[in-house]
Design a protein. Sequence first.
Length: 373
Amino acid sequence: MSSSLIPAPVRTPVPEHELLVQLLAGIPDPRRRRGVRHPVGALIAVAVCAMMAGARGFTAIGEWARDAGGAALERLGLERGKVDESTLRRLFACLDADRLDVVLGAWVLARTALIAGRRVIAVDGKTVRGAGGGSAAPHLVAALAHGSGAVLGQVAVSEESNEIPAARQLLQLLDLDGTVVTMDALHTQHDTADLVTGSGGVYVLTVKGNQKSLYSQLKALPWTSVPAVTRTDRGHGRRVTRTIKVVDVPAWVEFSGARQVAQLRRTVTRKGQRTVEIVYLITSADARDAPPATLAAWVQSHWEIENRLHWVRDVTFDEDRSQIRTGNAPRIMAALRNTVITLLRLDANHNIAAALRHHARNTDRPINLLLTA
């Protein structure tokens, strides 16, 4: 993504009274004015409602709109008859994906709860594999709020680049003041740490074998003399024991604002077989704000982005087999899947598949949820 396409950073959350449908109505319409029958915001709203009822592609969205009837479509702002799926295909191919992601992210930000007085977000990427066709499949980096499972934003990785600068672009779109950002080992980079602390946020970065020198230095610290905090969880036929040891940051760690380093050992026992993984952490959170148990909880919750977002998009929405490939449409559809997941999570739905079936049984259910969100 070129820098000229990056929207201005969102520094002020959307007011609580600003409804999502009102914000969608402000999305710029890229179409020529001649022959336009339906407003762009209303068409996006139709797609969101259809996907909330289980639609996965344009054909299914068009069928949902046809079955919904004129009265239901009028509630979403469509006053001139039926919606042709080809209209959605053409619109989504050229819609400003950056602007849509900014609008959706700002709306979610105003509605996500704090955890112990802080907002904690996970950042990670995912490839939309089925959308590749004859070219590279889109790779999208998203930010997820720990706890609520709401998606705060998303950007696309440029074909000429990789996930690291894309994650920084995403962070620049978010208000990080007082926010904890958790990221995996790929993003344990000095520039990323500088960006987070410079924006008033706190980072928790993981160090694995991909940074051999730093990993070896952290491994050599006298961990045997450091007291440990241990927690064991049981479920899904396995026992997981997490042990964390935390010390003040050594002087040779040059990450911006670093205050603590930690050793995190994860032991998994399943059917008598035991596996052990050891990683290290660098964080700009101090011991008062992030004692060992809190730090371990942040790291464990980081994987919500995999389990509550990427897995749901893959399995429930069958994203990796999507054949939508034209223009910006793959990214737009991914953004709308994020929106549906967020709407359902904020409505206290823990099982997204069950929630989709629930909303499929009554046309008014998805419409009512969208119009009040």
